[in-house]
Design a protein around this ligand. Structure first.
Ligand SMILES: Nc1ncnc2c1ncn2[C@@H]1O[C@H](COP(=O)(O)OP(=O)(O)OP(=O)(O)O)[C@@H](O)[C@H]1O
Length: 284
């Protein structure tokens, strides 16, 4: 669905590259997460993939279209929900979607149904200019799926939303993905990435450092650690046991043999910890 090879991009058209030799593929039906700190090159990559920025060096295809011969027809096949996407403030929520659907040459979704899906049906006749940031965000999100895209670009889809609404946005993404939509998701949020993504790519300073599934990354780079709380005499002790260390495994055996365990659970590494380990950088 997406294939790019050796993308280089410089805003200043010199050797000061915002993207350096970026290559990756996203298969049909995948949820692919692009993770990186601020300034890493996520928006630049998304900009090239969605035709907002011209391709400078390298090559790529998006939804069957060659990035070097950009054809506006690609917009019938893709959906784009970026944080900074504008909604028309003087139009109502419904009018925004009615207007937007006319831009497509393909069958579109019913605007009323979409507004219901994102919880904006009760304000459908209010001007979007009066909406809160989170409501505008949901309207942009709804708008981005109006053309039933086969490839959906989502930028920080749950940022700034309250947990219940964030949960329903995640559910919609999962549902659409089940129906076959490929998702390219950009985020700083490793919990979202971990929950939604089949594979993630870590990008730092314009370079892709690693691409794999969250599970494989945890297996490969995370430590297997068990946290045990146990009674030693009257005193409650806590031990963190690294299962890759023989001495620590023996200690765990001793604790188990003593039989005074109060609580025991595995502590798998988070994607953020692995990101820091692999890139030497945090995600913010
Ligand atoms: N319009 C621009 N002109 C010049 N440099 C830019 C421009 N936009 C981005 N850059 C630079 O390109 C690099 C990559 O930026 P980009 O916006 O792609 O990062 P990002 O990962 O999307 O960050 P964020 O998470 O903050 O959106 C940064 O060094 C940034 O300063």
């Amino acid at each position: 669905m997406i294939k790019v090879d050796n993308l280089n991009y410089s805003y200043t058209k010199d050797k000061n590259y915002a993207l350096k030799n970026v290559s990756f593929q996203v298969e049909q039906g995948e949820v692919f997460g692009f993770l990186g700190p601020s300034g890493a090159g996520k928006s630049t990559t998304q900009g090239i993939l969605t035709g907002l920025l011209p391709i400078q060096e390298g090559s790529g295809q998006v939804a069957g279209y060659d990035l070097r011969k950009f054809d506006r027809k690609v917009f019938n096949r893709i959906g784009v929900s970026f944080e900074q996407s504008n909604v028309y403030g003087k139009l109502t929520a419904l009018e925004n979607l009615e207007f937007y659907r006319k831009l497509f040459d393909v069958e579109t979704m019913d605007p009323e149904e979409l507004l219901k899906l994102v919880g904006l049906d009760h304000v459908k006749n209010k001007k979007a200019g009066t909406f809160s940031k989170g409501m505008k965000h949901r309207l942009t999100f709804a708008r981005s799926m109006i053309n039933k895209p086969s490839l959906w670009f989502l930028d920080e889809p749950t940022t700034g939303l309250d947990p219940a609404i964030a949960g329903s946005i995640k559910d919609i993404v999962k549902e659409k993905n089940k129906e076959g939509t490929t998702v390219f998701l950009t985020t700083h949020n490793m919990f979202i990435a971990d929950e939604l993504c089949d594979r993630v790519g870590f990008i730092v300073d314009g370079q892709l450092k690693v691409i794999d599934s969250p599970r494989n990354l945890k297996l490969q780079y995370g430590k297997k650690v068990v946290q045990v709380e146990y009674l030693k005499g009257e005193k409650l002790e806590t031990a963190l046991i690294d299962l890759s260390n023989e001495e620590e495994r023996l200690l765990l055996n001793e604790i188990v043999k003593d039989g005074h365990i109060e609580m025991m659970h595995t502590k798998e590494a988070t994607l953020e910890e692995i990101f820091i380990r692999l890139t030497g950088r945090g995600l913010v």
